[in-house]
Design a protein around this ligand. Structure first.
Ligand SMILES: N[C@@H](CCC(=O)N[C@@H](CS)C(=O)NCC(=O)O)C(=O)O
Length: 342
């Protein structure tokens, strides 16, 4: 990991020296006419290609919101599936413009890797998935367990910290591709699968091979880390980073002000000055960002507000039924808080 960071930092240094001009990435994206968005290989509710090859999910919706802001068209995205090990190099090298790979915002990634996180689209934490027949009810009972884990992740680091802190040992089974980790876990090659709790919920809801079902597995109650998941861009183009940052904030502000894909046309007639600014009825925000004044309108119309995307993909209207929890808006007692669009 140390070596990986050092190598990546070197690469980032090279890139930054030639690539620090604000607006360079944005110009290239605009000229290309589509956004290259890195995503995971396939996790239900977050990033999954359907049988027609159409990508869907909460993470995918952030890529779509950025494309809606940039091009007035949420479909103008090319999705690049990446493993946890590949995702940051792909941004550094320019293979993708941004990554929605459920990447945890950390100091070293934000600095030494030459990346920038533009916010937190999902407040997550690490947990453990076990078969009920293992008979374990708490992570504290996992001494000596074999643990499936992905490389190049915060997961790997937290796992070591947690077992050491609790004076327990474990045997890691490190597998890069998420579908192969799941297969190994379900085949019994490890006792436990550890990653972000959201991803464990997706695995349990969507990937259990029959005849076993959802009810044969358990997510242990301990959340052993903070995993604030954010969009990642290359360090050096602040203007593009601003668009990614505010595309997510527009989804959040729209929810706060009750603007939805279904009522957005009605909302254009609203007298509320905040709504008028978000939707571009009062101009200025688009100009400031360097995009069309209707950027916020396009996001809500084509992608929906944050709550709509959450409910549809991972929340109450989905198979995952993930609780909003920390991801409720601040007005509802949660952590999701967008700075004002003004
Ligand atoms: N949040 C952690 C772990 C994120 C991660 O890469 N998880 C992978 C492997 S479990 C994943 O869920 N990828 C989704 C996918 O490939 O579909 C991090 O940033 O290191």
């Amino acid at each position: 990991m140390q070596k990986f960071i050092a190598a990546a930092a070197g690469l980032a240094g090279l890139l930054l020296s030639g690539n620090a001009m604000a607006g360079k990435d944005l110009d290239a994206i605009k000229a290309r006419g589509s956004l290259n968005c890195g995503v995971g290989i396939g996790t239900a509710g977050f990033m999954l290609a359907d049988s027609q090859g159409k990508w869907r999910g909460l993470s995918v919706d952030v890529c779509r919101a950025v494309a809606a802001a940039l091009f007035g068209d949420a479909e103008k995205v090319r999705y690049v599936p990446l493993t946890s090990q590949q995702r940051f190099t792909a941004v550094q090298s320019g293979e993708v413009d941004m990554v929605m790979g459920n990447a945890t915002y950390t100091l070293t990634r934000d600095t030494a890797l030459g990346l920038d996180f533009t916010g937190v689209f999902y407040y997550d934490g690490q947990s453990f998935l076990v078969p009920k027949k293992l008979g374990v009810k708490s992570a504290k009972e996992l001494n000596g367990a074999t643990v499936c884990v992905a490389p190049g992740t915060t997961t790997e680091l937290n796992l070591a910290d947690y077992f050491r802190a609790n004076k327990m040992t474990f045997k890691p089974v490190v597998i890069e591709k998420v579908d192969e980790i799941r297969a190994a876990f379900f085949a019994g090659r490890c006792d436990v699968y550890t990653t972000d709790a959201s991803s464990l919920a997706a695995t349990r809801a969507a990937n259990v091979p029959p005849p076993r079902t959802f009810d044969d597995f358990l997510i242990l109650p301990e959340i052993i880390s903070k995993e604030p998941l954010g969009p990642v861009v290359r360090h050096g183009d602040n203007q593009f980073a601003d668009i990614v940052r505010w595309a997510l904030y527009a989804m959040l502000e729209a929810e706060e002000y009750g603007i939805e894909s279904k009522n957005v046309d009605e909302m254009l007639k609203s007298d509320n000055p905040a709504i008028k600014r978000i939707l571009g009825v009062t101009p200025g925000m688009g100009k400031a960002l360097g995009v069309d004044e209707k950027w916020g309108y396009y996001i809500v119309k084509q992608v929906g507000n944050y709550g709509e995307s959450f409910d549809r993909n991972i929340g109450k209207d989905s198979a995952l039924k993930v609780d909003r929890g920390l991801n409720k808006l601040w007005t509802q007692g949660g952590l999701q808080y967008a700075p004002p669009i003004r």
